[in-house]
Design a protein around this ligand. Sequence first.
Ligand code: NI
Length: 486
Amino acid sequence: MKKKFVLIIALIALVCGFLYIKKTNSNQKVAAENEITEKETNSSEEASTTEKDEQLSNDELLNSFLKRLDELEKNTQEYGENKAITINTGNLLAHIVYPEGKYAILNDEIKKWVDKNIEVYTKESEISSAELSIDSSSYIINDDYISVKLTGFYDNSSYTHPEDLIKTFTYDIKKNKMISLKDIYTEETIKTLENTIIESNNLDRNFIDDKLLANFVFKHDSLEVNLKRGMYTPMSDGNIVTLLNKEYFTKNNIKYFESKKVETETVINNTAKEKKKRELPDLEGKKVIALTFDDGPSKHTNRLLDILKKNNAKATFFVLGNQINKYPNELIQIANDGHQICNHTWDHKQLTKLSEKGIEEELMKTRAQIFKLTNIDTLTVRAPYGSVNKRVKKVAKNLNMHFVHWSIDTLDWKTRNADATYKAIIKDAKDGAIILCHDIHKETVDSIDRVIKKLQEENYVLVTVEELFEIKNKTPETGKVYFNVK
Ligand code: NI
Protein backbone atom coordinates (compact mmCIF):
# COMPACT_ATOMS: atom_id res chain seq x y z
CA MET A 1 0.00 0.00 0.00
CA LYS A 2 2.72 2.42 1.06
CA LYS A 3 4.83 1.46 -1.92
CA LYS A 4 1.95 2.18 -4.26
CA PHE A 5 1.47 5.59 -2.69
CA VAL A 6 5.11 6.51 -3.15
CA LEU A 7 4.91 5.34 -6.73
CA ILE A 8 1.92 7.56 -7.44
CA ILE A 9 3.66 10.58 -5.90
CA ALA A 10 6.76 9.87 -7.97
CA LEU A 11 4.63 9.59 -11.09
CA ILE A 12 2.89 12.89 -10.40
CA ALA A 13 6.22 14.59 -9.81
CA LEU A 14 7.53 13.15 -13.06
CA VAL A 15 4.55 14.35 -15.08
CA CYS A 16 4.70 17.81 -13.53
CA GLY A 17 8.35 18.10 -14.40
CA PHE A 18 7.78 17.62 -18.09
CA LEU A 19 4.65 19.59 -18.46
CA TYR A 20 4.00 23.16 -18.14
CA ILE A 21 0.38 24.08 -18.07
CA LYS A 22 -0.75 27.60 -18.38
CA LYS A 23 -4.28 28.82 -17.96
CA THR A 24 -4.42 32.19 -19.55
CA ASN A 25 -6.89 34.88 -18.93
CA SER A 26 -5.00 36.59 -21.64
CA ASN A 27 -7.20 39.51 -22.44
CA GLN A 28 -8.17 41.82 -19.68
CA LYS A 29 -11.80 41.38 -20.53
CA VAL A 30 -11.84 38.01 -18.87
CA ALA A 31 -11.55 39.83 -15.60
CA ALA A 32 -15.02 41.26 -16.11
CA GLU A 33 -16.38 37.80 -15.51
CA ASN A 34 -15.56 38.19 -11.89
CA GLU A 35 -17.48 41.39 -11.45
CA ILE A 36 -16.99 41.69 -7.73
CA THR A 37 -13.23 41.37 -7.80
CA GLU A 38 -13.02 43.81 -10.68
CA LYS A 39 -15.16 46.38 -8.92
CA GLU A 40 -13.18 46.01 -5.75
CA THR A 41 -9.90 46.54 -7.53
CA ASN A 42 -11.28 49.48 -9.42
CA SER A 43 -12.62 51.27 -6.40
CA SER A 44 -9.41 50.77 -4.46
CA GLU A 45 -7.46 52.06 -7.46
CA GLU A 46 -9.68 55.10 -7.61
CA ALA A 47 -9.37 55.64 -3.88
CA SER A 48 -5.60 55.50 -4.04
CA THR A 49 -5.40 57.89 -7.00
CA THR A 50 -7.62 60.44 -5.30
CA GLU A 51 -5.75 60.13 -2.02
CA LYS A 52 -2.40 61.07 -3.40
CA ASP A 53 -2.88 64.23 -5.38
CA GLU A 54 0.72 64.63 -6.29
CA GLN A 55 1.24 63.59 -9.90
CA LEU A 56 4.12 61.31 -10.82
CA SER A 57 6.71 63.03 -12.96
CA ASN A 58 7.35 61.76 -16.48
CA ASP A 59 10.71 60.35 -15.39
CA GLU A 60 9.12 58.42 -12.55
CA LEU A 61 6.40 57.09 -14.82
CA LEU A 62 8.85 56.03 -17.51
CA ASN A 63 11.30 54.43 -15.12
CA SER A 64 8.70 52.21 -13.52
CA PHE A 65 7.68 50.88 -16.94
CA LEU A 66 11.17 50.69 -18.46
CA LYS A 67 12.15 48.23 -15.74
CA ARG A 68 9.27 46.00 -16.70
CA LEU A 69 9.83 46.05 -20.47
CA ASP A 70 12.06 42.98 -20.48
CA GLU A 71 9.45 40.93 -18.66
CA LEU A 72 6.86 41.69 -21.30
CA GLU A 73 5.77 38.75 -23.30
CA LYS A 74 6.62 39.65 -26.88
CA ASN A 75 5.08 37.82 -29.76
CA THR A 76 7.65 35.80 -31.64
CA GLN A 77 7.31 36.78 -35.29
CA GLU A 78 9.67 34.77 -37.44
CA TYR A 79 7.60 34.20 -40.58
CA GLY A 80 7.25 36.91 -43.19
CA GLU A 81 5.94 40.43 -42.74
CA ASN A 82 3.06 41.58 -40.63
CA LYS A 83 -0.08 42.53 -42.47
CA ALA A 84 -2.64 44.54 -40.55
CA ILE A 85 -6.30 45.11 -41.21
CA THR A 86 -8.24 47.80 -39.39
CA ILE A 87 -11.99 47.97 -39.86
CA ASN A 88 -14.56 50.41 -38.55
CA THR A 89 -18.03 49.74 -39.90
CA GLY A 90 -19.69 51.86 -37.26
CA ASN A 91 -20.69 48.73 -35.38
CA LEU A 92 -17.65 46.53 -35.76
CA LEU A 93 -14.23 47.79 -34.73
CA ALA A 94 -11.58 45.33 -35.79
CA HIS A 95 -7.80 45.14 -35.76
CA ILE A 96 -6.16 42.04 -37.17
CA VAL A 97 -2.45 41.34 -37.54
CA TYR A 98 -1.30 38.27 -39.46
CA PRO A 99 1.92 37.24 -41.20
CA GLU A 100 2.51 36.85 -44.92
CA GLY A 101 5.73 35.27 -46.12
CA LYS A 102 7.18 33.33 -49.02
CA TYR A 103 5.01 30.20 -48.87
CA ALA A 104 1.79 30.67 -50.88
CA ILE A 105 -0.07 27.69 -49.44
CA LEU A 106 0.53 28.82 -45.86
CA ASN A 107 -0.33 32.43 -46.74
CA ASP A 108 -3.58 31.34 -48.38
CA GLU A 109 -4.67 29.24 -45.41
CA ILE A 110 -4.03 32.10 -43.00
CA LYS A 111 -5.76 34.66 -45.21
CA LYS A 112 -8.74 32.36 -45.75
CA TRP A 113 -9.23 32.04 -41.99
CA VAL A 114 -8.87 35.80 -41.45
CA ASP A 115 -11.34 36.62 -44.25
CA LYS A 116 -13.85 34.08 -42.99
CA ASN A 117 -13.74 35.57 -39.50
CA ILE A 118 -14.13 39.11 -40.81
CA GLU A 119 -17.17 37.98 -42.78
CA VAL A 120 -18.75 36.05 -39.90
CA TYR A 121 -18.17 38.74 -37.31
CA THR A 122 -19.21 41.62 -39.57
CA LYS A 123 -22.54 39.86 -39.94
CA GLU A 124 -22.68 39.12 -36.22
CA SER A 125 -22.16 42.82 -35.52
CA GLU A 126 -24.94 44.10 -37.77
CA ILE A 127 -27.24 45.09 -34.91
CA SER A 128 -24.94 45.54 -31.93
CA SER A 129 -21.55 47.14 -31.43
CA ALA A 130 -18.57 44.80 -31.21
CA GLU A 131 -14.81 44.59 -31.25
CA LEU A 132 -12.68 41.98 -33.02
CA SER A 133 -8.99 41.77 -32.18
CA ILE A 134 -6.53 39.21 -33.58
CA ASP A 135 -2.76 39.06 -33.15
CA SER A 136 -0.19 36.56 -34.36
CA SER A 137 2.97 34.66 -33.44
CA SER A 138 5.07 32.61 -35.83
CA TYR A 139 8.00 30.21 -35.55
CA ILE A 140 10.35 28.88 -38.22
CA ILE A 141 11.42 25.73 -36.42
CA ASN A 142 13.84 24.13 -38.87
CA ASP A 143 14.07 23.28 -42.58
CA ASP A 144 10.79 21.36 -42.26
CA TYR A 145 8.28 23.24 -40.18
CA ILE A 146 6.74 26.66 -39.75
CA SER A 147 4.05 27.21 -37.12
CA VAL A 148 1.74 30.20 -36.96
CA LYS A 149 -0.70 31.01 -34.18
CA LEU A 150 -3.49 33.57 -34.40
CA THR A 151 -5.22 34.49 -31.15
CA GLY A 152 -7.71 37.13 -30.17
CA PHE A 153 -11.25 37.83 -29.11
CA TYR A 154 -14.61 38.95 -30.38
CA ASP A 155 -16.54 41.06 -27.92
CA ASN A 156 -20.14 41.87 -28.73
CA SER A 157 -22.03 44.21 -26.41
CA SER A 158 -25.00 41.84 -26.43
CA TYR A 159 -22.92 38.81 -25.33
CA THR A 160 -22.31 37.95 -21.68
CA HIS A 161 -18.70 36.95 -22.41
CA PRO A 162 -16.21 37.93 -25.07
CA GLU A 163 -15.55 34.99 -27.36
CA ASP A 164 -11.95 33.80 -27.53
CA LEU A 165 -10.44 33.00 -30.89
CA ILE A 166 -7.52 30.72 -31.57
CA LYS A 167 -6.26 29.09 -34.73
CA THR A 168 -2.92 27.50 -35.48
CA PHE A 169 -1.26 26.57 -38.76
CA THR A 170 1.70 24.29 -39.31
CA TYR A 171 3.32 24.07 -42.71
CA ASP A 172 5.70 21.38 -43.95
CA ILE A 173 8.21 23.24 -46.11
CA LYS A 174 9.65 20.24 -47.97
CA LYS A 175 6.29 18.61 -48.65
CA ASN A 176 4.76 22.01 -49.44
CA LYS A 177 1.55 21.35 -47.50
CA MET A 178 -0.31 22.12 -44.32
CA ILE A 179 -0.02 19.37 -41.73
CA SER A 180 -1.62 18.13 -38.53
CA LEU A 181 0.11 16.06 -35.86
CA LYS A 182 -1.44 12.98 -37.46
CA ASP A 183 0.73 13.57 -40.53
CA ILE A 184 3.84 13.29 -38.38
CA TYR A 185 3.11 10.79 -35.64
CA THR A 186 1.74 7.26 -35.50
CA GLU A 187 -1.70 6.56 -34.10
CA GLU A 188 -0.09 5.23 -30.94
CA THR A 189 1.92 8.40 -30.39
CA ILE A 190 -1.19 10.52 -30.98
CA LYS A 191 -2.94 8.48 -28.27
CA THR A 192 -0.05 9.11 -25.86
CA LEU A 193 -0.15 12.85 -26.58
CA GLU A 194 -3.93 12.95 -26.17
CA ASN A 195 -3.74 11.09 -22.87
CA THR A 196 -1.14 13.50 -21.57
CA ILE A 197 -3.35 16.48 -22.43
CA ILE A 198 -6.44 14.83 -20.92
CA GLU A 199 -4.72 13.81 -17.70
CA SER A 200 -2.68 16.91 -17.11
CA ASN A 201 -5.74 19.13 -17.55
CA ASN A 202 -8.26 16.85 -15.84
CA LEU A 203 -10.46 16.74 -18.91
CA ASP A 204 -13.69 14.75 -19.00
CA ARG A 205 -13.13 11.91 -21.47
CA ASN A 206 -16.80 12.05 -22.49
CA PHE A 207 -16.24 15.36 -24.20
CA ILE A 208 -13.04 14.54 -26.03
CA ASP A 209 -13.21 14.61 -29.81
CA ASP A 210 -10.64 14.25 -32.56
CA LYS A 211 -9.86 17.99 -32.46
CA LEU A 212 -8.14 17.83 -29.08
CA LEU A 213 -4.68 18.31 -30.64
CA ALA A 214 -5.86 20.48 -33.54
CA ASN A 215 -4.45 23.75 -32.22
CA PHE A 216 -0.80 22.80 -31.85
CA VAL A 217 2.26 24.91 -32.43
CA PHE A 218 5.88 23.85 -32.76
CA LYS A 219 7.98 26.21 -30.68
CA HIS A 220 11.75 26.17 -30.42
CA ASP A 221 11.74 24.45 -27.05
CA SER A 222 8.41 22.66 -26.93
CA LEU A 223 5.22 21.47 -28.55
CA GLU A 224 2.37 23.74 -27.51
CA VAL A 225 -1.19 22.47 -27.43
CA ASN A 226 -3.92 25.09 -27.09
CA LEU A 227 -7.38 24.32 -25.80
CA LYS A 228 -9.82 27.08 -26.61
CA ARG A 229 -11.67 28.58 -23.69
CA GLY A 230 -14.85 26.64 -22.95
CA MET A 231 -14.14 23.85 -25.45
CA TYR A 232 -13.12 21.11 -23.03
CA THR A 233 -13.13 22.89 -19.67
CA PRO A 234 -15.40 25.45 -17.98
CA MET A 235 -15.30 28.99 -19.41
CA SER A 236 -13.83 30.24 -16.15
CA ASP A 237 -10.64 28.25 -16.80
CA GLY A 238 -9.73 30.48 -19.76
CA ASN A 239 -7.68 29.23 -22.68
CA ILE A 240 -5.44 26.36 -21.67
CA VAL A 241 -1.93 26.09 -23.00
CA THR A 242 0.07 22.91 -22.43
CA LEU A 243 3.75 22.86 -23.30
CA LEU A 244 5.47 19.51 -23.82
CA ASN A 245 9.23 19.88 -23.74
CA LYS A 246 12.07 17.79 -25.11
CA GLU A 247 12.43 15.67 -21.96
CA TYR A 248 8.78 14.69 -22.25
CA PHE A 249 9.43 13.46 -25.80
CA THR A 250 12.53 11.50 -24.80
CA LYS A 251 10.78 9.98 -21.82
CA ASN A 252 7.89 8.81 -23.99
CA ASN A 253 10.08 7.71 -26.84
CA ILE A 254 8.58 10.14 -29.31
CA LYS A 255 10.64 11.65 -32.07
CA TYR A 256 11.36 15.29 -31.30
CA PHE A 257 11.36 17.95 -33.98
CA GLU A 258 14.86 19.37 -33.56
CA SER A 259 14.74 23.11 -33.63
CA LYS A 260 17.31 24.79 -35.81
CA LYS A 261 16.97 28.40 -34.89
CA VAL A 262 17.15 30.41 -38.07
CA GLU A 263 18.32 33.94 -37.39
CA THR A 264 15.13 35.82 -37.94
CA GLU A 265 15.26 38.10 -34.97
CA THR A 266 15.13 41.71 -36.01
CA VAL A 267 18.55 43.26 -35.63
CA ILE A 268 18.58 46.83 -34.48
CA ASN A 269 21.28 48.45 -36.60
CA ASN A 270 20.01 52.00 -36.61
CA THR A 271 21.02 54.42 -33.87
CA ALA A 272 18.89 57.20 -32.53
CA LYS A 273 20.39 60.64 -33.00
CA GLU A 274 19.76 63.38 -30.54
CA LYS A 275 16.48 65.09 -31.27
CA LYS A 276 16.96 68.52 -32.73
CA LYS A 277 14.15 70.98 -33.27
CA ARG A 278 14.04 72.09 -36.86
CA GLU A 279 13.99 75.70 -37.90
CA LEU A 280 10.47 76.27 -39.12
CA PRO A 281 10.27 77.71 -42.63
CA ASP A 282 8.94 81.21 -43.14
CA LEU A 283 5.19 80.87 -42.66
CA GLU A 284 4.29 84.34 -43.87
CA GLY A 285 1.16 83.93 -46.03
CA LYS A 286 1.28 80.16 -45.66
CA LYS A 287 -1.18 77.61 -44.24
CA VAL A 288 -0.14 74.64 -42.11
CA ILE A 289 -1.43 71.09 -42.12
CA ALA A 290 -0.41 67.80 -40.44
CA LEU A 291 -0.27 64.45 -42.20
CA THR A 292 -0.49 61.61 -39.68
CA PHE A 293 0.11 57.89 -40.17
CA ASP A 294 -1.33 55.22 -37.87
CA ASP A 295 -0.85 51.55 -37.01
CA GLY A 296 2.79 51.22 -38.20
CA PRO A 297 5.66 51.10 -38.56
CA SER A 298 5.41 48.62 -41.41
CA LYS A 299 7.35 47.41 -44.43
CA HIS A 300 6.07 50.47 -46.34
CA THR A 301 7.39 53.01 -43.82
CA ASN A 302 10.87 53.42 -45.33
CA ARG A 303 9.44 54.24 -48.75
CA LEU A 304 7.14 56.80 -47.15
CA LEU A 305 10.11 58.36 -45.32
CA ASP A 306 11.94 58.74 -48.65
CA ILE A 307 8.92 60.47 -50.19
CA LEU A 308 8.62 62.84 -47.22
CA LYS A 309 12.33 63.66 -47.31
CA LYS A 310 12.35 64.30 -51.05
CA ASN A 311 9.47 66.76 -50.64
CA ASN A 312 10.85 68.39 -47.51
CA ALA A 313 7.69 67.53 -45.59
CA LYS A 314 7.31 66.50 -41.95
CA ALA A 315 4.67 64.10 -40.65
CA THR A 316 3.50 62.46 -37.44
CA PHE A 317 3.46 58.70 -36.82
CA PHE A 318 1.10 57.11 -34.30
CA VAL A 319 2.80 53.77 -33.75
CA LEU A 320 1.71 50.50 -32.18
CA GLY A 321 3.90 48.85 -29.53
CA ASN A 322 3.65 45.41 -31.10
CA GLN A 323 4.73 46.78 -34.50
CA ILE A 324 7.78 48.50 -33.00
CA ASN A 325 9.24 45.14 -32.03
CA LYS A 326 9.09 44.03 -35.63
CA TYR A 327 10.23 47.34 -37.16
CA PRO A 328 12.59 49.02 -34.64
CA ASN A 329 14.91 50.42 -37.34
CA GLU A 330 12.01 52.13 -39.09
CA LEU A 331 10.93 53.70 -35.79
CA ILE A 332 14.40 55.09 -35.18
CA GLN A 333 14.53 56.41 -38.76
CA ILE A 334 11.22 58.24 -38.30
CA ALA A 335 12.76 60.06 -35.34
CA ASN A 336 16.09 60.71 -37.06
CA ASP A 337 14.31 62.25 -40.05
CA GLY A 338 12.72 64.78 -37.71
CA HIS A 339 9.17 63.46 -37.81
CA GLN A 340 7.09 63.17 -34.68
CA ILE A 341 6.43 59.81 -33.02
CA CYS A 342 3.25 59.38 -30.96
CA ASN A 343 1.51 56.60 -29.10
CA HIS A 344 -1.30 54.51 -30.65
CA THR A 345 -1.37 51.89 -27.81
CA TRP A 346 0.32 48.49 -27.68
CA ASP A 347 -2.05 46.36 -29.71
CA HIS A 348 -4.91 48.58 -30.85
CA LYS A 349 -7.48 47.57 -28.24
CA GLN A 350 -10.54 49.73 -27.76
CA LEU A 351 -9.53 51.61 -24.61
CA THR A 352 -13.08 52.35 -23.45
CA LYS A 353 -13.57 48.63 -22.80
CA LEU A 354 -10.54 48.30 -20.52
CA SER A 355 -10.09 48.87 -16.79
CA GLU A 356 -7.97 51.81 -15.62
CA LYS A 357 -5.08 49.43 -15.11
CA GLY A 358 -5.56 48.02 -18.61
CA ILE A 359 -5.58 51.48 -20.18
CA GLU A 360 -2.43 52.46 -18.29
CA GLU A 361 -0.65 49.31 -19.50
CA GLU A 362 -1.60 49.95 -23.14
CA LEU A 363 -0.30 53.51 -23.00
CA MET A 364 2.77 53.13 -20.79
CA LYS A 365 4.18 49.95 -22.35
CA THR A 366 4.17 51.66 -25.73
CA ARG A 367 5.55 54.90 -24.33
CA ALA A 368 8.40 53.07 -22.57
CA GLN A 369 9.24 51.02 -25.67
CA ILE A 370 9.36 54.17 -27.85
CA PHE A 371 11.62 55.81 -25.27
CA LYS A 372 13.90 52.79 -25.09
CA LEU A 373 14.56 52.91 -28.84
CA THR A 374 14.56 56.66 -29.52
CA ASN A 375 15.10 58.46 -26.20
CA ILE A 376 11.93 60.36 -26.91
CA ASP A 377 9.21 60.49 -24.30
CA THR A 378 6.03 61.04 -26.24
CA LEU A 379 2.99 62.36 -24.41
CA THR A 380 0.65 62.40 -27.40
CA VAL A 381 -1.79 59.54 -27.89
CA ARG A 382 -4.31 58.65 -30.54
CA ALA A 383 -6.90 56.27 -29.14
CA PRO A 384 -7.65 53.31 -31.46
CA TYR A 385 -10.85 54.03 -33.43
CA GLY A 386 -10.85 57.49 -31.79
CA SER A 387 -12.68 55.84 -28.93
CA VAL A 388 -12.37 57.64 -25.57
CA ASN A 389 -14.54 58.19 -22.50
CA LYS A 390 -14.18 59.80 -19.06
CA ARG A 391 -12.14 56.89 -17.69
CA VAL A 392 -9.72 56.87 -20.61
CA LYS A 393 -9.20 60.64 -20.34
CA LYS A 394 -8.70 60.40 -16.58
CA VAL A 395 -5.97 57.77 -16.96
CA ALA A 396 -4.27 59.83 -19.68
CA LYS A 397 -4.37 62.89 -17.44
CA ASN A 398 -2.71 60.94 -14.60
CA LEU A 399 0.03 59.95 -17.06
CA ASN A 400 0.51 63.58 -18.22
CA MET A 401 -0.72 62.59 -21.68
CA HIS A 402 -3.21 64.10 -24.14
CA PHE A 403 -5.00 62.89 -27.27
CA VAL A 404 -4.62 64.02 -30.85
CA HIS A 405 -7.30 62.62 -33.12
CA TRP A 406 -8.10 63.92 -36.61
CA SER A 407 -10.27 66.30 -38.61
CA ILE A 408 -9.90 64.61 -42.02
CA ASP A 409 -10.48 60.87 -42.25
CA THR A 410 -9.13 59.56 -45.56
CA LEU A 411 -10.80 56.13 -45.05
CA ASP A 412 -7.71 54.76 -46.80
CA TRP A 413 -8.12 51.41 -45.00
CA LYS A 414 -11.46 51.02 -46.75
CA THR A 415 -10.81 52.35 -50.25
CA ARG A 416 -7.26 51.00 -50.57
CA ASN A 417 -6.87 53.24 -53.58
CA ALA A 418 -4.22 55.94 -54.05
CA ASP A 419 -6.50 58.19 -56.06
CA ALA A 420 -9.33 58.00 -53.50
CA THR A 421 -6.91 58.84 -50.67
CA TYR A 422 -5.50 61.79 -52.63
CA LYS A 423 -9.00 63.17 -53.31
CA ALA A 424 -10.14 62.70 -49.70
CA ILE A 425 -7.22 64.81 -48.49
CA ILE A 426 -7.31 67.57 -51.09
CA LYS A 427 -11.10 67.99 -50.92
CA ASP A 428 -11.10 68.81 -47.18
CA ALA A 429 -7.66 70.35 -46.64
CA LYS A 430 -7.75 73.39 -44.33
CA ASP A 431 -5.37 75.43 -42.25
CA GLY A 432 -4.74 73.57 -38.95
CA ALA A 433 -6.24 70.28 -40.15
CA ILE A 434 -4.98 66.89 -38.99
CA ILE A 435 -5.21 64.17 -41.63
CA LEU A 436 -5.62 60.49 -40.75
CA CYS A 437 -3.80 57.97 -42.98
CA HIS A 438 -2.19 54.55 -42.39
CA ASP A 439 1.38 53.73 -43.41
CA ILE A 440 0.56 50.02 -43.34
CA HIS A 441 -1.12 50.23 -46.74
CA LYS A 442 0.88 50.31 -49.96
CA GLU A 443 -1.83 52.33 -51.75
CA THR A 444 -1.70 55.06 -49.10
CA VAL A 445 2.05 55.44 -49.47
CA ASP A 446 1.53 55.47 -53.27
CA SER A 447 -0.68 58.55 -52.92
CA ILE A 448 1.57 60.69 -50.71
CA ASP A 449 3.98 62.15 -53.28
CA ARG A 450 1.06 63.59 -55.23
CA VAL A 451 -0.69 64.72 -52.03
CA ILE A 452 2.32 66.67 -50.77
CA LYS A 453 3.02 68.31 -54.13
CA LYS A 454 -0.59 69.44 -54.46
CA LEU A 455 -0.76 70.74 -50.85
CA GLN A 456 2.48 72.67 -51.31
CA GLU A 457 1.15 74.09 -54.55
CA GLU A 458 -1.87 75.28 -52.56
CA ASN A 459 0.41 77.13 -50.15
CA TYR A 460 0.50 74.60 -47.31
CA VAL A 461 3.53 73.77 -45.21
CA LEU A 462 3.46 70.17 -43.94
CA VAL A 463 4.29 70.14 -40.26
CA THR A 464 4.19 67.73 -37.34
CA VAL A 465 1.38 67.89 -34.78
CA GLU A 466 3.85 69.28 -32.25
CA GLU A 467 4.78 72.08 -34.65
CA LEU A 468 1.12 72.72 -35.34
CA PHE A 469 0.55 73.44 -31.62
CA GLU A 470 3.61 75.65 -31.52
CA ILE A 471 2.68 77.62 -34.63
CA LYS A 472 -0.85 78.16 -33.34
CA ASN A 473 0.50 79.16 -29.91
CA LYS A 474 -1.32 76.40 -28.09
CA THR A 475 -0.11 74.07 -25.36
CA PRO A 476 -1.87 70.70 -25.24
CA GLU A 477 -3.59 70.09 -21.90
CA THR A 478 -3.29 66.67 -20.26
CA GLY A 479 -6.37 64.46 -20.59
CA LYS A 480 -7.81 66.57 -23.46
CA VAL A 481 -8.69 65.43 -26.99
CA TYR A 482 -7.71 67.61 -29.98
CA PHE A 483 -9.13 67.15 -33.47
CA ASN A 484 -7.35 70.04 -35.10
CA VAL A 485 -5.31 73.04 -33.96
CA LYS A 486 -6.64 76.44 -34.94
NI1 NI B 1 -5.41 52.64 -35.73
